[in-house]
Design a protein around this ligand. Structure first.
Ligand code: GTP
Ligand code: MG
Length: 208
């Protein structure tokens, strides 16, 4: 994907009305601090357009990034952040569920899991929310650079088994530091979920 222009077009909080967009949406879900905003920056070729933080709970809204007036990358609030009240957690949960349920343009949900750790209860719950809404999420195992090469296979297996993935579910290792996995994620999004035709993809490749 050649990024010509990006625009943080809509920011939705717990009481906001969700936008009725007319272009395809790709959403990123995952535990707080797992690297959703960092992945979105990598996909947009930007260092810090989407705000990231070492402190969990940075993104507390649903942020819609308009890419080339062609599609939206949707940054969902992170779950499992211990420091917020139970009431706030429930409200974010409701917001995410409302989005998954209501969006008419959502093509795919990427579910991010930190490759270093076994998926937790919240990850499993998120996975079932997404599949219950009829989506087949693609798993992204983040922070790949934090592992030694020799550990990667074992950890990929751990993520797969921990989520009890439906056979055939794609899982892509990714690092926001080295950008490994970035092209694969765009390629998958473009061909399988956005239905860009070959000419558009070839054009994109040529311009890369
Ligand atoms: P919330 O907005 O709180 O839900 O978090 P988030 O999922 O958007 O995470 P964010 O992208 O803000 O990243 C959290 C922290 O992890 C930041 O300090 C990032 O620099 C770091 N980080 C994200 N991805 C990677 C990665 O691939 N490798 C390494 N080493 N650090 C990463
Ligand atoms: Mg974030």
């Amino acid at each position: 994907m050649v990024i010509k222009n990006i625009n943080l077009e809509t920011v939705c909080g717990i009481t906001s009305t969700l936008p009725e967009n007319d272009k395809p949406e790709i959403a990123f879900a995952g535990k707080s601090n797992v690297g959703k905003s960092s992945l979105i920056n990598a996909l947009m070729n930007r260092k810090s357009y989407a705000r990231t933080s070492q402190t969990p709970g940075k993104t507390q809204t649903i942020n819609f990034y308009n890419i080339n007036d062609q599609l939206y990358l949707v940054d969902l609030p992170g779950y499992g952040y211990a420091k917020v009240s139970q009431r706030e957690k429930e409200q974010w949960g409701t917001l995410i569920e409302r989005y998954l349920h209501q969006s008419k343009q959502l093509k795919v949900v990427f579910l991010l899991i930190d490759i270093r750790h076994e998926p937790g209860e919240h990850d499993k719950l998120m996975y079932s929310w997404v599949t219950d809404q009829g989506y087949h999420p693609v798993i992204i195992a983040t922070k790949l650079d934090k592992l030694k090469r020799s550990q990667v296979d074992k950890h990929m297996k751990m993520v797969k088994q921990g989520l009890n993935l439906i056979p055939g579910t794609k899982i892509i290792p990714f690092s926001a530091v080295t950008k490994q996995g970035r092209d694969e994620i765009w390629q998958l999004a473009e061909t399988e979920f956005l239905g860009l035709d070959e000419e558009e993809q070839d054009g994109a490749k040529l311009k890369k």
